[in-house]
Structures are given as C-alpha cells and as structure tokens.
Ligand binder design. Structure first.
Ligand code: SF4
Length: 346
C-alpha cells in the first residue's frame, strides 16, 4: 500500500492485513484493529488495549484514526439530527440521522456540492467542489453512527452529490460498509439514490445486486425533467428508463422512483396520469416527496390535498405508491442547506 498517511476508518480489510504483514505482526491483529474501530468505535489508538504498545505506535506513525470531524450539529424536535462533517482541506458535507424505533436511518453525502444543478436544491445552487474519497464516505457513516446509540437500519445515499458520478469511491465505500470486518451493514439495507446515470445504474446492479437503487424522476416527460434535473440533458428520460428496465432485469427486484412534488410545476393531474403511464408494466414503486420550503420563490411545496390527489391517481392506475413522511423540517433537513449556511458564513 502507499506510504501516504491514511485514516484507519474506511481502510479496506485487506489493506489492514497488508499493513500487519509489513510490520511483522500476525494477521489476527488486523481483525483486532477493525473490531476496535467498527464495533467499539474507540476515540484514539491508545484505547486499543489488546494491542502491544509497539503496534499502537506503528499505527500512530502510519495512520490517522479518522480525519473528518463533526463541526456542527442541528437536532430536530422529532429526533432527526443533521451533522456537518468537515475534512482537513476545509471542505464539508452533510449527514442526517433519522431515528426509527430502535434503528437509525442514515442519509449520507457522496460529493462536496453537486454538478447536477437542480434549481430547488441548496447543494445544486452551491455547485460542485469535489468527490468524496471512499474513506471519507465511510468516515461520515462511522461518525454519524458513533454519535448515536442505535444500530444503522438503513443507509441511504441521498445527501449531497450524485453518487453515481463518483462511482469508484462509492463502490469501494460500500465494500467497507458492508464487510463483516467493516461496518457490517447488509447490502439490502443500503440504498443509492440517483438522478439517473444510465451506464452506472447498470454497473451498480451488476456489482451490487442487492443494493437498492432509487431513481429521482421528478417529472414524467423529458422537457419538464430537463428543467428540474438539468443532468437530463446528458441522459434523456428514455435512456434512464431503458437503464431502469435493465436493472430490474438483472436484479429482479422492485425499484423505487422518487418524485418530489412542487406546487403547479410537476403536481398536476396530467403529470400524475403521465407518470402512471410511464410506470405501468414495470416493477416500480413510487415514493412521493412533498417539496420542502427551501426551494426558492418558484418552487413551493405542494399542499397535502394536491399530494393526496396525485397519489390517488397513481393508486387508481394500480401503481404502488407511498408518501414520504417529512422529518426534521425545523433543522434545515433538506439537502445542502446547512452546508450552504456554513460556507456563506466562512
Ligand atoms: S437534488 Fe441531489 S442531484 Fe439535484 S442538485 Fe441537489 S444534491 Fe444534486
């Protein structure tokens, strides 16, 4: 492995084994270290009490425990917590923990900023800065879970960034997140939410058949979609739906369509009928997301009666549909708002 100093959190288990070999330590030490990190979540090397001092010194010399830091926390009255995780280069991303019974749903970011440029999204308005490294993605999850007692029930890549535009790091991060000597999160409990990057959707289905894929359509036709999800210029709706069909063919599992409802923009009765027609005959489930108040002047959240009418039309047409329960409205839980406030204050 490279001689650069890395974080231990997020290191692939085989890299930890290579390190043990390189310093003449038996391989079981690698497993001890990963247990200290992922099961016990120790705050420093000195807490790894089963390791000899010489090995702790070697680890200190070659690694950081973790390089990211939670620099800001907002807690909602409903228990949702938003974290701003900053890295040594001064960049930061958001992660959100949402308690659901005894388990946590964690929503995490894959990039600093985002190039997709959705006009109602604070992250999109801030533009793209850089990809997260795979280790930074794992650190984000590790830190958000460390701040909570509950186990992670679901992990969703629905925070800042388009995860499939950072595929290599995403896939490496999933390897560690899923690994029994890593975070141990089952792939069926991991969801990647994409605006639709067709070739990478198919690659994810091939590499990680059990990982859930959700595609954010937000519009039933290409013209409106190009306005709401500007990346559609590169990947038209037709190509996204072809990829959806290929993914379902590969996984034989139901996929989720995310559809955020904005008043008078994409929540008309005609849109509901067109969406139903698009979904008909496909193994899809539609998740309706009432827009959030931070969308700007043009983008106002649809009222509950409009959301229910939209849902009713899909139901009538036999499309499985749910409405996502809103959490953390009082803490700027919409993607990118805390990050934007923080960068503007810097
Ligand atoms: S909504 Fe998602 S894809 Fe669109 S700009 Fe925001 S972070 Fe990017």
């Amino acid at each position: 492995m490279s001689m650069d100093k890395h974080s231990l959190v997020g290191l692939l288990p085989q890299d930890m084994s290579s390190f043990m070999e390189s310093v003449g330590e038996p391989l079981y030490r690698a497993r001890q270290v990963t247990e200290w990190i992922y099961r016990k979540k120790v705050p420093s090397f000195d807490h790894m009490s089963t390791l000899p001092q010489s090995l702790r010194d070697a680890l200190k010399k070659n690694f950081f425990l973790a390089q990211g830091k939670i620099v800001h926390t907002l807690t909602s009255h409903d228990g949702t917590v938003k974290y701003l995780v900053a890295f040594p280069d001064g960049q930061a991303v958001e992660a959100v923990s949402i308690p659901q019974g005894k388990r946590l749903t964690l929503c995490v970011s894959s990039q600093v900023g985002c190039a997709v440029g959705c006009p109602y999204c604070a992250t999109g308005k801030a533009g793209f800065t850089r990809d997260l490294e795979s280790q930074e993605i794992v650190e984000e999850v590790w830190m958000a879970q460390k701040a909570n007692d509950q186990r992670i029930g679901n992990l969703v890549f629905m925070g800042m960034g388009e995860p499939l535009l950072n595929y290599t790091n995403l896939s490496r991060a999933i390897l560690v997140l899923n690994h029994p000597q890593g975070m141990g999160i089952g792939t069926r409990h991991i969801t990647v939410s994409t605006t639709g990057v067709p070739s990478k959707m198919v690659q994810l289905a091939r590499d990680w058949e059990q990982v859930n894929l959700a595609v954010s359509l937000h519009a039933p036709d290409n013209d409106l979609r190009t306005e709401l999800v500007p990346v559609s210029r590169a990947w038209p709706l037709r190509e996204v739906m072809e990829a959806v069909d290929e993914v379902i063919g590969l996984t034989n599992r139901r996929m989720t369509v995310e559809y955020t409802l904005w008043n008078g923009i994409n929540d008309l009765v005609s849109h509901a009928h067109a969406l139903a027609a698009l979904c008909r005959g496909r193994l899809l489930h539609v998740n309706l997301i009432p827009g959030n108040p931070g969308g700007g002047k043009r983008f106002r959240p649809s009222s509950l009666p409009r959301v229910l009418t939209f849902q009713g039309i899909l139901r009538e047409k036999g499309i499985p549909v749910t409405i996502r329960k809103e959490r953390g409205r009082d803490i700027q839980a919409a993607c990118g708002e805390l990050y934007r406030t923080w960068t503007q204050a810097e």
